[in-house]
Design a protein around this ligand. Structure first.
Ligand SMILES: Cc1cc2nc3c(=O)[nH]c(=O)nc-3n(C[C@H](O)[C@H](O)[C@H](O)COP(=O)(O)O)c2cc1C
Length: 205
């Protein structure tokens, strides 16, 4: 699958890194968009200086062995201010988009169809072309405006999947919580989830 992953300035950049890792392991073609504050959070939360020319660098923070993986997929980063990008057109070939983590600012832009950067514009394209589109918002608490924007995005065709990992799989490490969210996003993309995230009932304990 050819898809877009957008990282915006909400907390939780680690979810995007986990998702990128698993998509590349599985051979997907990923276009990466990182907003200015997405890049800032990559630095604050994971200590990585995002570089459009070397996007694989961002995986190093949580997967130090990333360079030794023989990724089957491809990863290409695009400047977020380039609205002339082929990705911004309805004639583009990408099939799905995930904004993870999704800030309340980007959520508002998506819900209102206000496209002044490539992330917003591609979100517009996803909605108007009826492509698979997943938002992973992160904020707490939520204002009425945030909630209304989520409803509006849902009504326009997006799937709103807040970064809310569960605990029934007894996570022991932060990575277990990350994997839970990554697994749910993979499911929403119609892909096989990670092992262990499907609830098997009490007998499965
Ligand atoms: C360290 C840090 C953490 C932030 N965390 C959040 C957050 O969890 N959720 C959110 O909606 N905004 C958060 N923000 C604010 C957004 O980054 C800010 O609204 C920014 O304008 C978002 O722009 P973008 O959507 O283009 O990335 C955070 C900002 C900083 C500096």
């Amino acid at each position: 699958m050819e898809l877009i992953i957008a990282i915006t300035g909400a907390s939780g950049a680690v979810y995007a890194c986990g998702l990128l890792h698993h998509l590349l392991m599985r051979g997907h073609g990923v276009h990466l968009l990182v907003s200015q504050y997405g890049a800032l959070n990559l630095r604050v939360e994971l200590g990585i200086d995002f570089d459009e020319m070397q996007p694989l660098e961002i995986l190093r923070a949580i997967y130090p062995q990333a360079f030794s993986y023989n990724y089957k997929g491809t990863l290409r980063a695009h400047p977020v201010d380039d609205l002339s990008s082929p990705l911004a057109s309805g004639s583009s070939t990408w099939e799905a988009m995930v904004i993870v983590p999704c800030s309340m600012r980007t959520l508002a832009a998506v819900a209102q169809g206000f496209g002044d950067n490539l992330i917003h514009r591609c979100a517009d394209v996803a909605l108007k072309e009826r492509r698979r589109f997943i938002l992973v918002p992160r904020e707490t608490p939520l204002s009425r405006i945030h909630l209304q924007n989520m409803l509006q995005a849902d009504e326009a065709g997006a799937v709103v999947a807040p970064a809310m990992p569960a605990f029934y799989h007894r996570p022991m490490e932060i990575q277990d919580l990350v994997d839970f969210m990554v697994g749910r996003i993979l499911c929403l993309l119609g892909l096989e989830p990670l092992a262990g995230i499907r609830w098997k009932g009490l007998q499965g304990e």
